[in-house]
Design a protein around this ligand. Structure first.
Ligand SMILES: [Zn+2]
Ligand SMILES: [Zn+2]
Length: 181
């Protein structure tokens, strides 16, 4: 592992949340979809299953997406803004068999607030370690997804929605077409 567990899981969850907001696809169409996302990404704590909660989580996505298009100073502005608005107060906590780790808002804070703060804390770690170059967009020309490259040699180019395969297939077809001409 390159970073602390909470940092890595926070980054992965933030990218996954941003990617639910596609240009032609809504990945969080209803409360049930948010329930599924909540479980799939190992969220615990307060979860209301309401339209209001869904609306707040959706509204967070464009703010987080900005991070993937921003330079360091802008990322810092977003991160500090999220921490300030959420009244973040780092505390070491232990729950659900996990070892002590940092939470910066209480577990009964609204889900969107906790998602914002977890993403902000993880990004704060990357900024401190000068590793923001790992926050990247998918290389596939038709893809708007974001990713976080947690590979040792920084070799990740594609998101996990199958773009790596798609790119390999088109490269193969292009080679084949070239060899027939
Ligand atoms: Zn926790
Ligand atoms: Zn992609």
């Amino acid at each position: 592992m390159l970073f602390a567990h909470d940092t890595e899981s926070g980054l992965v969850a933030a990218a996954a949340l941003v990617n639910t907001d596609g240009p032609d696809r809504e990945g969080l169409p209803d409360v049930a979809a948010l329930d599924e996302f909540f479980t799939a990404h190992g969220w615990t704590g307060r979860h209301e299953h309401t339209e209001a909660e869904l609306r707040d989580v959706r509204a967070l996505r464009p703010r987080l997406r900005r991070i993937w298009y921003a330079d360091t100073d802008e990322v810092v502005a977003v991160v500090n803004g999220l921490l300030r608005e959420s009244h973040a107060l780092p505390q070491l906590v232990r729950h659900d068999d996990e070892p002590y780790h940092l939470h910066a808002v209480p577990r009964d804070a609204p889900l969107a607030t906790r998602m914002a703060v977890e993403a902000a804390m993880a990004l704060a770690d990357l900024v401190r370690m000068d590793e923001l170059s790992r926050v990247r967009r998918c290389d596939h020309p038709d893809c708007e997804n974001v990713l976080v490259d947690l590979s040792k040699n920084r070799s990740r180019r594609f998101c996990d929605a199958g773009c790596g395969n798609r790119a390999a297939v088109s490269a193969y077809r292009a080679r084949k077409a070239a060899s027939h001409s």
